[in-house]
Design a binder for this molecule. Structure first.
Ligand code: ADP
Length: 318
């Protein structure tokens, strides 16, 4: 089982010719759908075939009803704290060049109480992998990770969004972290004091990347996602998770991307699912699967809605 602790948002998306300037009123093509990093990753994990629990906070409104209906449809085990705040929302403008402007209303997501997470101790202890992101209160995430640690459950932290603070105490509780290039640079600067531009990460030598990863998470595994280029992994010597090498790249799968929103979420959910389903397999196999799964998710539009199913992944890459 995978347990995901995280956010649920109702995304409101407008596609516009150009992003609105102050005082401007535009019209654009509108669509709405489920999102939030936590829910996207939980949807990916369950569709990748793992029994999955999603621990979150929802408002008593239409957004909350949507989350419940979608969880039921996907067979996702939903553990919700019912909040007085509105369900999380995101307002997203996308222009024709794919640039975006986003405003998030965390609402209920900011109101996931520590004691609610503590009440989920049994389900966390029954999991193989606990996965979280940074759109929920840090104290609640740390509580979940501490419970996982005490039960011998693997912990995976997706340190996203890039501007979120990650305390050293949370890194210490993480077995694996999965930043994209900008999140990696944000954490390197914060925890290692190394200033690196995100645009040069993918072109660095593997030994340089490995050295940075070792300083960032000395005890654990760092997986840096590199968009179309796939990912780079760096293990601590004593945390090899059944892998022959300490560090290497796994190339991305070749696809025709339509919409890369949520690719990172697809990658995280699929990696957690694969690891939970086949704990004895080489870690490289899980990364390979996560790359394929995430690549396929870019071929359709939407956040949680674009997560492929296991059968589609098998068909596409057989
Ligand atoms: P984020 O979505 O968080 O910015 P990335 O852009 O690094 O993260 O993408 C996450 C993963 O999604 C990559 O490691 C890769 O597996 C997959 N991916 C993203 N973009 C593409 C693409 N254009 N082609 C193939 N795979 C992709």
């Amino acid at each position: 089982r995978v347990v995901v602790v995280g956010s649920f948002n109702v995304d409101h998306v407008w596609t516009v010719a150009a992003l609105p300037r102050p005082g401007e009123t535009l019209s654009g093509q509108y669509h709405t759908g489920p999102g939030g990093k936590g829910f996207n990753q939980a949807t990916a994990a369950v569709r990748a075939g793992a029994a999955t629990t999603f621990v979150c906070a929802l408002g008593e409104d239409l957004g909350g009803q949507l989350a419940r209906a979608l969880a039921t449809a996907d067979g996702l085990d939903l553990r919700e704290h019912s909040s007085q705040a509105p369900t999380g929302t995101a307002g997203i403008y996308v222009d024709h060049d794919g640039r975006n402007s986003i405003v998030i209303g965390p609402g209920a997501n900011a109101d996931l109480p520590v004691d609610f997470v503590q009440s989920q101790r049994d389900v966390i202890h029954g999991a193989h992998v606990l996965l979280a992101q940074l759109e929920s209160p840090l104290a609640s995430i740390e509580t979940a990770f501490a419970i996982a640690r005490e039960g011998g459950v693997r912990t995976m932290l997706n340190p996203a969004p890039a501007d979120a603070r990650v305390p050293a105490s949370l890194l210490a509780l993480s077995d694996v972290i999965t930043p994209n290039e900008s999140e990696f640079c944000a954490q390197l600067e914060r925890h290692v004091g190394e200033r690196v531009d995100a645009s040069i990460v993918a072109t660095q030598g593997d030994d340089t990347l490995h050295a940075w990863c070792r300083r960032l998470l000395p005890h654990g595994t760092v997986v840096v996602t590199l968009g179309a280029a796939g990912c780079f992994v760096s293990h601590a010597e004593n945390a090899l998770h059944r892998d022959a090498q300490t560090h290497y790249r796994v190339p991305g799968a070749k696809v025709q991307p339509q919409d890369t929103t949520g690719a990172g979420d697809a990658f995280n959910g699929a990696l957690a699912a694969s690891w939970a389903l086949r704990p004895e397999a080489a870690f490289a196999d899980h990364l390979h699967y996560a790359n394929r799964y995430a690549a396929l998710s870019t071929e359709s539009a939407g956040a949680a809605a674009s997560m492929p199913r296991e059968v589609d992944v098998r068909k596409r890459f057989s």
